[in-house]
Write a protein that binds this ligand. Structure first.
Ligand code: ATP
Length: 712
């Protein structure tokens, strides 16, 4: 039925399934295919469960194999609420068959060859979350994993390039039930998909969900970028940066499974609440082995705070130079040579030779490796002396010398063992040490800003700030190399300091990265002004691409927030929303924003979807109390928690980044803007969290940058 538009209802509406007889027949055939695929998946699961790890040679291998088999069985689980496939592609001769199950299936793929379906042989393919095949000898594919190369056409094919396909069919589901379909002839002008619109409009009910059925062409290009390429995405609020980053991780894991299983993939997000919010996306895509961490998880949580000027200096990339000098200053000039006694014989390396060896190694390698090499070179000198006196020492003797007491004494005097904490404590406690390391790099004022006024007695009692943590990590790497992962996805990257970016860069030094963010949402004292700068600090060559279409925020709300852009990111164009959102915005003066907010959210809870009450951090307690007093059930988000799954969350403004709610109430924008240096950027973040409605309540006048819209 080429040219047919939509049949049945969209995913969320009650659907007149099969509005005409032909449509009903198609749905019946597609449901039969779904049932067959479910049944085949069940058999694949049973088969996987019947495999035994007994053939493993030893206990460790058996445990490993058992865990692999368990993972395989888990990956084959059928979630009754998620459709096994969401799309279908047909070439000529494919779609008009009576039943899709009758047709030739292209290359007979097996489980181990899921990615090698030969495109030319497929006349019809179903695209879904995982590969399903029947259990005939030929293992005919019933559903292809969306990440298989052939499935790129489902996302990319269009009038400009049909990629050899004739029609794209999208399916509408309710729970696991197929309720509708929609056909799109690929050579006709692009039309707006009702099913895509329904998916975008679907109320949010909990954590973030995957977008695998509706990835847009410009997003798909980023998702499928090669593993070797670092991609940096600038995108306005709600353009799908986070979603794209997560799908890219899933794509890379599928495409380079073995390599990345060894080297690892890590998602880095701004805080725990955010990580909890995105935590179900990758498991829903069948990827359970991806680590997710905050920068604090990686570098250590701060135990102290400091003025913004101090963090700004410590976050600057020039600190790398200062730290390098500070570390190598721990090597001291040898006062004495090395004397080694073996029986009655004494062997001596004179002090000038010890000096030469130390000077030759200084700064050429990691500090700890340099220390070992220093010991080995000295030991080798002793070995040569032994040989000169007629001995025939072997390598074991060299090791013995390298571990001997006199050597240890010399090492402690010349090339002492150090820790990052010890070096940083010494640097920040002592104006002379700081001046020596920072000469020509930091100004006197900058040195004064980071020097401790009252140094802690030892590095053990020091309270380390977030900026210090990045410095300690840099020192850690100068002492011993940090292990690199295969791929890093860094979200909200605009908020990271140069030194934090360097810390992340070390963790993907031999891999690649997906860097996501929005310059306009930068809220830290060190927020990035350009992506080239960010990539430079990360040490990655990457291309910057832009996502311009918003999927979350209604147009009226986005336009309202965009008035802030000239003040926070003058170079950026105003974002565009896919959804007009008439009536989505209410801005209301209020004599009592706390009381009003409680009444407003109570009303919003009558509607479908999640509700976020975003307030100045200092007002969280007052709002929570008012809600409790009014008997409105709610959760309160903090840095470590997710608000316990309540439909209404009280959200401190500083934790709103990256989150979204169907209905958002913002109480007192002026106080949010005034609370921090980049307060207007914070307000921009806060005003762009809503999917359906935004209500702004204010006792104080709105910040001048925000024009109050005319009353409806
Ligand atoms: N192709 C798509 N199909 C359906 N929904 C989408 C699509 N792309 C993004 N979305 C939805 O839009 C919303 C915003 O996406 P996401 O959070 O990834 O945006 P973001 O750019 O990271 O936003 P922010 O900068 O505000 O954190 C999410 O609900 C996401 O599921």
């Amino acid at each position: 039925m080429p040219g047919r538009a939509a049949h049945g209802g969209a995913t969320t509406t009650a659907s007149p399934i099969g509005a005409d007889a032909a449509g009903a027949d198609v749905l019946t055939a597609e449901r039969a295919h779904l049932a067959a695929a479910r049944e085949a998946l069940r058999r694949m699961r049973e088969h996987a469960a019947s495999l035994s790890a007994d053939m493993a040679a030893d206990w460790v291998s058996r445990m490993y194999l058992e865990s692999l088999l368990d993972q395989r069985v888990a990956a084959l689980a059928d979630h009754p609420d998620t459709p096994l496939f969401f799309g279908r592609m047909d070439r000529d001769g494919g779609q008009d068959r009576d039943s899709p199950d009758d047709e030739p299936a292209g290359k007979r793929t097996g489980e181990s060859a899921e990615q090698s379906v030969e495109e030319d042989e497929l006349t019809t393919m179903y695209v879904g979350r995982r590969h399903v095949h029947d259990d005939g000898g030929d293992r005919r594919p019933l559903v292809l994993d969306w990440r298989a190369p052939v499935c790129r056409a489902f996302y990319q094919a269009g009038p400009a390039d049909t990629m050899g396909w004739r029609t794209r069919r999208r399916f509408g589901f309710r729970g696991g039930e197929l309720t509708a379909y929609e056909d799109e002839p690929l050579d006709a002008p692009v039309h707006t998909s009702a099913l895509l619109t329904a998916e975008i409009e679907r109320p949010r009910t909990g954590p973030m969900r995957d977008i695998v059925a509706t990835i847009q062409p410009e997003q798909d290009v980023i998702v499928r970028a090669d593993l070797g390429r670092t991609v940096c995405v600038q995108g306005a609020p709600g353009t799908g940066k986070t979603a794209v980053g997560l799908h890219r991780a899933a794509y890379l894991l599928f495409t380079h499974r073995e390599r990345l299983a060894r080297s690892g993939v890590l998602i880095v997000g701004p805080n725990r609440a955010f990580l909890a919010y995105i935590s179900s996306v990758l498991p829903a895509l069948g990827e359970v082995r991806v680590d997710q961490a905050t920068v604090d998880d990686l570098l250590g949580a701060p135990t102290g705070t400091e003025p913004a000027e101090a963090s700004a200096v410590k976050g600057d990339a020039r600190m790398a130079d200062v730290l390098r000098k500070a570390l190598w200053r721990h090597i001291r000039k040898p006062e004495e040579g090395l004397v080694y006694t073996s029986g009655v014989a004494r062997f001596r390396v004179p002090d000038h030779e010890v000096r030469e060896i130390a000077a030759g190694l200084r700064g050429t390698t990691r500090y700890a490796a340099g220390r070992d090499m220093f010991a080995q070179r000295l030991a080798h000198r002793i070995l040569v002396l032994m040989e000169q006196r007629g001995g025939a020492p072997d390598d074991r003797v060299q090791d013995q010398v390298a571990r001997s007491r006199p050597m240890k004494r010399l090492l402690d005097a010349v090339w002492p063992k150090v820790t990052p904490e010890l070096v940083l404590h010494a640097l920040l406690s002592d104006a002379d040490a700081l001046r020596a390391a920072a000469r020509g790099v930091l100004t006197d004022e900058e040195q004064a800003a980071i020097l401790w006024a009252r140094p802690p007695r030892s590095h053990r009692s020091a309270k380390w700030t977030a900026a210090d943590r990045a410095l300690l990590d840099e020192l850690g790497d100068l002492i011993e190399r940090t292990r690199s992962l295969g791929h890093l996805v860094v979200d909200e990257a605009q908020d990271l300091s140069a030194m934090q970016l360097r810390a992340l860069g070390r963790r993907c030094a031999s891999g690649s990265a997906t860097v996501l963010g929005d310059i306009a949402q930068g809220t830290t004292p060190w927020s990035a002004r350009s992506w080239d700068e960010v990539l430079g600090h990360l040490g990655q060559d990457g291309e910057v691409t832009e996502l311009a279409v918003g999927f979350r925020v209604p147009g009226t709300v986005l336009d309202f927030a965009a008035d802030l852009l000239p003040h926070i990111a003058p170079g950026l164009a105003a974002p565009r929303s896919l959804r007009p959102g008439a009536g989505a915005l209410t801005v209301r003066p209020s004599g009592d924003p706390v009381g009003d907010a409680a009444a407003t959210v109570r009303g919003l809870l009558e509607l479908e979807g999640t509700v976020g009450l975003i307030v100045p951090d200092a007002a969280v307690g007052a709002h929570a109390e008012a809600l409790t007093a009014a008997g409105v059930p709610h959760g309160v988000l903090d840095r470590e928690s997710t608000g316990d799954g309540d439909r209404l969350q009280v959200v401190p403004a500083t934790l709103a980044k990256g989150l979204e709610f169907d209905h958002v109430v913002v109480a007192e924008p002026a106080a949010i803007a005034a609370a921090e240096e980049r307060g207007l950027a914070r307000l921009y973040v806060v005003l762009t969290r809503a999917v359906t409605t935004l209500t702004v309540l204010h006792a104080e006048p709105l910040p001048a940058a925000l024009r109050a819209p005319a009353a409806p």
